[in-house]
Write a protein that binds this ligand. Structure first.
Ligand SMILES: [Zn+2]
Ligand SMILES: [Zn+2]
Length: 371
C-alpha cells in the first residue's frame, strides 16, 4: 500500500529545496514517489484564458489535459478540501510513497523541518515524528538531521518505508534469510536478491506455499549465490527435477506453475548495484548492497516478464520412463539423454560431448552399481 510521509515546516524554512534533493535521492534508488504540495493560496496553474480554465468555468467538475509527456488534471472542489486519505486514492498505480509538503493535519509520520529561528511546538502535530531537520539540540529522542543532509533524510525514509511495507513480510523475509544463510554458508547480497527474487516469482505464478507445492518448477540461470537462495525459498531441488539449471550466467529464474501453465521469468536488474551505491554513499559496497537489497522495492531490483516455457515429458518429476545402455561404454543412461548411434544408443560422452577425459579403468564399475 502507498505510504505517506509528511514534511512539516514553516514557509521559508527551505522545505522545497531539501525535498527536491530527497526526492532525487529516492528516485535514484528506484522508488516511485508522489509529492502532494499544499498551497495556502489559490492555485493558478490553471490560468484564465486557458482552455482548461474555460472548461472548468463552464461547469466541468474534472478537466484533464493529456499530452505525450504529461497529464494534468484539474478538479473543482465543491465539498471542502479533500483529505490526505481522499488524495491517496487518486495517485497512479505503482507509487510506493507520497511525500507531502505543507499538510499539517492527519496522522501520517512526519519530519519536522526547522527554520533558523523558528521555535515551533513539536508536540502540536499528530503522528510519529521520524526526525527533526535543521537543529541539533532540544528534540528529545527524535533523530536529527543537518539541513544539508538530504541523503540522511532519504535513508531514514527508505528505512521507514522498508519496515512498513513489510510489516508481516519482513518477518518472513528475515526467516527466509536465516534459512538461506544456513544453507548457503553466509549471508550475502546474492542471498537477499535470491530470496526476494524467488518470493516474487512464486507469487507471480500464484504459488503461495512453494515448499509444499507440487506444481512448481524453477529454471535457474546461474550457479552462484542467488541460486542457493532460490532453492531455499522454493524447496525445488535438482534431484527432485523441480529445479532446472540453465548455465546462462545470469541472476534470473523462471517460475512455472504446472497446474495453470503460467510462467514468469524474474531477472535481478544489473543497475541494482548502482542503486545501492547511490542509496548508501557512505557505506562500503557490500554493506550498501545488504541494506539496499533489503529495502528497495521489487520494481527497483527486478524485472519480471511472463514467458512460455515447455516442460518436456522426459523432464518431469517422477520415475524415469526410459533407460538405455550405451553401446560404447556400457553405462546406463536415463530419461532419454542418449543419442541414437549407428549400432544403438550412445551416451552423450561417447557421442562426443564428454566434459572429462578418461584416464584408464580402476575397476569395473560399469552397470554393476545399482541405485
Ligand atoms: Zn554468497
Ligand atoms: Zn557411453
Amino acid at each position: 500500500m502507498t505510504q505517506v510521509i509528511r514534511i512539516i515546516g514553516r514557509s521559508g524554512s527551505g522545505k522545497t529545496t531539501l525535498l527536491c534533493e530527497v526526492v532525487r535521492f529516492l528516485a535514484d534508488a528506484g522508488l516511485r514517489i508522489a509529492v502532494f504540495k499544499h498551497a495556502h493560496h489559490r492555485v493558478d496553474l490553471d490560468r484564465k484564458g486557458k482552455d482548461s480554465f474555460r472548461f472548468a468555468e463552464a461547469g466541468a467538475a474534472f478537466v484533464t489535459v493529456v499530452s505525450p509527456e504529461k497529464v494534468a488534471a484539474f478538479e473543482a472542489v465543491t465539498s471542502g478540501e479533500p483529505t490526505l486519505e481522499e488524495l491517496q486514492a487518486r495517485v497512479p498505480a505503482g507509487i510506493v510513497l507520497i511525500l507531502t509538503v505543507g499538510f499539517h493535519a492527519g496522522e501520517p509520520p512526519y519530519f519536522l523541518l526547522l527554520g533558523a529561528e523558528t521555535e515551533p511546538d513539536e508536540r502540536a502535530h499528530h503522528g510519529e515524528l521520524l526526525g527533526v531537520i535543521g537543529r541539533r539540540t532540544g528534540s528529545g529522542t527524535a533523530a536529527m538531521f543537518d539541513r544539508a543532509d538530504a541523503a540522511g533524510v532519504a535513508r531514514a525514509i527508505l528505512a521507514h518505508v522498508g519496515r512498513r511495507a513489510a510489516a508481516t513480510p519482513d518477518e518472513r523475509l528475515n526467516a527466509l534469510l536465516r534459512e538461506a544463510k544456513a544453507y548457503h554458508g553466509h549471508l550475502c547480497p546474492g542471498q537477499l536478491l535470491g530470496v526476494r527474487l524467488a518470493v516474487l516469482g512464486c507469487r507471480a505464478v500464484g504459488i503461495e506455499e512453494p515448499r509444499t507445492s507440487k506444481k512448481l518448477i524453477v529454471w535457474v540461470e546461474t550457479d552462484r549465490c542467488g541460486t542457493d537462495a532460490v532453492q531455499t525459498v522454493t524447496g525445488c531441488k535438482l534431484g527432485k527435477r523441480s529445479l532446472k539449471f540453465v548455465d546462462n550466467g545470469k541472476l534470473a529464474a523462471t517460475f512455472l506453475n504446472t497446474e495453470t501453465g503460467e510462467a514468469v521469468r524474474v531477472l535481478a536488474r544489473a543497475d541494482s548495484r548502482e542503486k545501492a551505491a547511490a542509496a548508501y554513499p557512505n557505506l562500503e559496497r557490500h554493506a550498501a548492497q545488504m541494506e539496499a537489497y533489503r529495502l528497495l522495492p521489487d520494481e527497483a531490483l527486478f524485472a519480471t516478464e511472463p514467458v512460455q516455457v515447455t516442460l518436456g515429458e522426459l523432464d518431469r518429476p517422477g520415475k524415469p520412463q526410459i533407460r538405455v545402455t550405451c553401446t560404447a561404454c556400457g553405462e546406463e543412461v536415463s530419461d532419454g539423454r542418449h543419442v541414437q548411434g549407428d549400432d544403438g544408443p550412445l551416451c552423450r560422452s561417447c557421442a562426443g560431448g564428454a566434459y572429462y577425459v578418461a584416464l584408464g579403468s580402476s575397476g569395473d564399475v560399469k552397470s554393476e552399481a545399482r541405485w
